[in-house]
Ligand binder design. Structure first.
Ligand code: APR
Length: 256
């Protein structure tokens, strides 16, 4: 569905977003790896230093890869976990958390593809983790066992004896149906839907922005570059997540 080319949002044009935002009853913010890039965490597909630049995601982040070589999958995830352990949420995460207060009584829901837990750490209270989290491990058979991901990990599920794995959705696996349903409901109900720091190449996450657009939401993309979702955006802010979000929260505070 080709829409008019989005008006590029310069930071001075924020007013075009602040006005509908202040009138909104439901706001959804979908985030991707670009939001955490400013915390020092490489994205997946950015040329040069993307996490997928020098490793095959099907070998280290897919269900087939886990069956083939679970130790290799654990090693890659342990390396990512240690990178994340040394990083902290950035101003973009903190501004998204501040939107809950700035837009109250509107509902503000974060729908993240990220597994770093930074939204919760920055203070967001309503967060849907579409792809799971590096903070938790679970039974591969999904018998119900789950636990915080700490240094000592049981080889086998203490409840049923199946393999234990990171509580992360891998390539070749379905998303948690309840989480996806809640995310889709939020996209359908959103008055304003932000798409921040994602290339929009992975489904079903990327489809949520199209769902929101089709349902009448104002879609705002924040990304230094064009993406698969640009054509569905009413506005595209060609800037970094933190620069846009800091300016947006400043504008909302002054409009209070
Ligand atoms: N601010 C905003 N966006 C940024 C920034 C920044 N500072 N830096 C980079 N970006 C943008 C890039 O332009 C790119 O469009 O972030 C996007 C990152 O895209 P990907 O690396 O594809 O990450 P993401 O879209 O989150 O990937 C989705 O793919 O591999 C799977 O499960 C993984 O959740 C991940 C999913």
């Amino acid at each position: 569905m080709l829409l008019d080319q989005p008006a590029n949002v310069s930071l001075e044009d924020l007013e075009k977003i602040v006005r509908p935002l202040r009138a909104a009853e439901r706001v959804a913010i979908m985030s991707g790896a670009g939001l955490s890039a400013e915390s020092g965490i490489p994205t997946f597909r950015d040329t040069g230093n993307g996490l997928w630049a020098d490793v095959d995601p099907m070998a280290v982040a897919s269900i087939d890869g886990f069956y083939r070589d679970p130790a290799k999958v654990w090693a890659w995830h342990n390396d990512l976990r240690s990178r994340l352990a040394g990083a902290t949420p950035n101003a973009g995460h903190r501004c998204i958390a501040e939107l809950e207060a700035l837009l109250a009584p509107a509902e503000v829901l974060v729908i993240t593809q990220n597994i770093d837990g930074f939204h919760q750490e920055a203070g967001s209270h309503s967060v849907l983790e579409l792809h799971g989290t590096v903070k938790r491990i679970r039974c591969h058979r999904q018998c119900g066992f789950a636990a915080p991901w700490e240094d000592v990990i049981p080889e086998r599920c203490p409840s049923c004896g199946a393999l234990v794995r990171p509580d992360i959705v891998w390539f070749g696996e379905a998303l948690d149906s309840e989480t996806l349903e809640r995310a889709a409901d939020a996209a359908l109900a959103a008055d304003v839907f932000f798409v921040i720091g994602t290339s929009g190449v992975v489904q079903p996450a990327a489809g949520l922005a199209v769902l929101a657009k089709d349902a009448g939401a104002l879609v705002v993309e924040v990304n230094p570059g064009e993406t698969n979702l640009t054509e569905f955006a009413d506005y595209s802010a060609r800037t970094s997540a933190s620069e846009f979000l800091v300016a947006l929260c400043r504008a909302l505070r002054s409009a209070c």
